[in-house]
Design a binder for this molecule. Structure first.
Ligand code: LLP
Length: 438
């Protein structure tokens, strides 16, 4: 499992990026998010190589929602990776990191006027428009700024990829984008083309996340191509960009069988070329992988706080983190694998890995076979790089863990562990409302 991400020595001590887990836990405390530089870089290069095989070469925009910090943005920028942001906060993170703004797509089904203004002032590459109201708002703001806003229209192609219902986005009744069923997408094109402050660069459609089949990606591209063919025939409009979103599945457990990205992109490229009229250039394909770049690069290190066997024989291991640092098992019934540092890889007993939060549903792994576990052991949960830190919370007023990058035997702090002082930093003291009365 994740062979390049971690190593095990003859004493079963687990290392990641050449740094022993125990050393990281002792230096930075637990729970601890650890990200492996080599794995992320390897994934980025794999996407870039596959995109360079396309004609014209495609472009990748990492989906910041999976995991974004200032250091992450700096790292992506240094490796020529674009960025997909979905909020003023993600945008601000990119700005703070000195990110190349032309290499940004700005997404989201709700963008406030302030967020749009911020994006346009900083010259983001593309704003992905989600509704007619938003299109009018962008038009208004761009007119006030006397500029032409570069936009993509987000379409909902009616493709249902087999994934958890909460992370499906491409079906017709989705809250995202312009449905391709009722003609609203054609109206959006008319509005965009009629405006002198909108520069319609192309179209976007994202079908979902953690997808293992290749076909939905290809069908999505084909559906978009059929639409732009009709635009060409009817209006002589041909886009520069076709953004097929993210969603490339990753391996969390042995059950998962991730797709071959180069094969998907080759098939998408082929379909796009085949459906491009002779007199037009194939549009540039954009992709927005998030999970596929960071999920498997990350592990979370916990320390065992207690073990207990309850009536009925269930063995619990209680660790010092849980749903505050990883909400995915509670929210999506997501499954993970774990190992114990310094103990044999082969398990002997079935455990339930429980979190520290005050909810029965705070279970990180329902059934995991592990060697005998003792208080003080370090448990490593694999594949936690995506949508863990990003979705973390301060539930139960537990400070968020630190995030550390490991590379070539060294570690580097990316996000400091929160302190109790951080937890109360935005709070104001109690004042008797009676004192507010005159
Ligand atoms: N582009 C768009 C427009 C998206 O909506 C998403 C994910 C992505 C790209 C990136 O998808 P990825 O390559 O990471 O699968 N919190 C959920 C995942 C929600 C994904 C939402 N959109 C989870 O923890 O599984």
């Amino acid at each position: 499992m994740f062979p390049d991400t971690y190593q095990r020595d003859e004493h079963n001590r687990i290392s990641i990026g050449g740094v022993p887990i125990r050393q990281l836990a002792e230096a930075y405390g637990t729970p601890l998010y650890v990200l492996d530089y080599a794995t992320m870089l390897h994934r980025i290069h794999a996407f870039q190589e596959a995109l360079n095989e396309m004609t014209p070469p495609g472009r990748a925009f990492y989906a910041g929602k999976a995991f974004l910090t200032t250091a992450m943005a700096g790292f992506l920028n240094a490796h020529g990776m674009g960025l997909d942001v979905v909020s003023g906060g993600e945008l601000y993170t990119a700005i703070a990191a000195g990110f190349d703004m032309q290499n940004i797509v700005f997404h989201g089904n709700v963008k406030t006027a302030e967020e749009i203004q911020l994006a346009l002032e900083h010259n983001v590459g593309y704003v992905v428009v989600d509704s007619l109201d938003e299109l009018h708002l962008i038009d208004e703001i761009a007119a006030r700024m006397s500029i032409k806003a570069p936009v993509l229209l987000r379409l909902t192609p009616g493709i249902e990829a087999h994934t958890h219902a909460f992370i499906q986005t491409g079906q017709f009744d989705s809250k995202f984008g312009f449905s391709m069923k009722d003609g609203i997408h054609e109206e959006a094109v008319s509005v965009a083309l009629a405006s002198s402050h909108i520069d319609l660069k192309g179209f976007h459609a994202h079908i979902g996340s953690q997808i293992f089949d290749e076909d939905p990606f290809v069908h999505n591209a084909m559906r978009l191509m059929e639409f732009i063919q009709s635009l060409w025939e009817q209006r002589r409009f041909w886009p520069e960009v076709l953004d097929i979103g993210g969603g490339f599945g990753v391996q969390y457990t042995h059950k998962d069988d991730p797709p071959e990205v180069p094969s998907i992109l080759a098939r998408v490229n082929q379909a796009v070329q085949a459906l491009t009229p002779r007199e037009c250039e194939p549009p540039v394909i954009f992709i927005e992988p998030g999970r596929a770049i960071v999920a498997e690069a990350g592990v979370t290190v916990y320390q065992v706080n207690a073990t207990k066997t309850v009536p009925g024989g269930k063995n619990y291991i209680a660790v010092d983190g849980g749903m505050g640092d990883n909400i995915r098992p509670a929210l999506y019934q997501a499954e993970y694998m774990a190992q114990v540092d310094g103990k044999p890889i082969d398990g002997v007993a079935l455990y339930t890995l429980a979190g520290r939060y005050c909810e029965s549903g705070d279970i990180l792994i329902r059934d995991v076979v592990l060697p005998p576990v003792e208080v003080g052991d370090y448990v490593v949960v694999f594949g936690t790089g995506a949508y863990n830190y990003a979705m973390s919370s301060n539930y139960n007023r537990v400070p968020k863990p630190a995030v550390v990058l490991v590379a070539d035997g060294h570690s580097q702090l990316w996000v400091k562990r929160e302190t109790y002082q951080d937890l109360v930093a935005q709070d104001l003291p109690w004042r008797d409302p009676a004192d507010l009365r005159d």
